[in-house]
Design a binder for this molecule. Structure first.
Ligand code: GRF
Length: 220
């Protein structure tokens, strides 16, 4: 590939399974982004060890060691700049960022959320989806804006909800879809095939014969 790969920093707080699939996907020669560093606000995040094992610099910025949120975010910014980061990918980053930080990374920061936004933003999303009785659930990769789980949607994946589902079984089905969606969405965005215009993400052009509807329960 001739174009320069976009330099991506991933923000995590825990397990880091989405982070791990992004690291793996970005190893492909034709992937338009490289994962340059992983940053966590929690030193005990398991994902830090996974990143290290994959040879990616993994840094803990213990949020409790900072006097206030702005100081933590200043340190975060400093690390991202030190690594020359161009795009930030939040992957299970469980900290609400201030509007000032979000503004600094305007249209350069992505997030994944395990629901079909704008339905069920925030925590306990699977339990709330089950309580609402939805038949189709899913996940969303979006550009980050100041409100939690809000912002132009880059890509979504849908999965069926079964009558027997618990929050845990639904979370596992959605997570498997997340692991396919995030590398796809990051690639679209990094390549410029999906970009923000007038508040929405536009592109890429998909031939009609590639459209596929999900009916659940299935049609006979
Ligand atoms: C994922 O479900 C993600 O959508 C949500 O938090 C979870 C993080 O999982 N924001 P992991 O750390 O990527 O395994």
């Amino acid at each position: 590939m001739t174009d320069k790969k976009k330099r991506v920093g991933i923000l995590i707080s825990g397990r880091g399974s989405n982070m791990a699939v992004l690291i793996k996907a970005a190893r492909a020669v034709d992937y338009p982004a490289e994962i340059v560093c992983v940053l966590s606000n929690r030193p005990q995040a398991e994902g830090l060890k996974t990143a290290q094992a994959e040879g990616v610099p993994a840094i803990a910025l213990d949020q409790s060691a900072f006097a206030h949120g702005e100081a933590f975010e200043a340190a975060l910014d400093a690390e991202l700049n030190r690594f020359g980061i161009e795009l930030v990918a939040c992957a299970g980053f469980m900290r609400i960022l201030t509007p000032a930080f979000v503004e600094r990374w305007h249209d350069r920061m992505l997030n994944i959320h395990p629901s079909l936004l704008p339905a069920f933003p925030g925590r306990n999303t699977h339990a709330r989806a089950l309580a609402a009785g939805v038949k189709i659930a899913g996940c969303t990769v979006h550009v980050v804006r100041a409100h939690v789980d809000d912002g132009p949607i880059i890509a979504q994946a849908a999965v069926p909800v079964r009558d027997s589902d618990t929050a845990e079984t639904l979370a596992a089905r959605v997570l498997a879809a997340e692991h396919r969606l995030y590398p796809h969405a990051l690639a679209l965005f990094a390549r410029g095939d999906a970009r923000v215009a007038d508040g929405h993400v536009r592109g890429p052009q998909v031939p009609v014969n590639q459209e596929k509807d999900l009916f659940w329960p299935p049609l006979k």
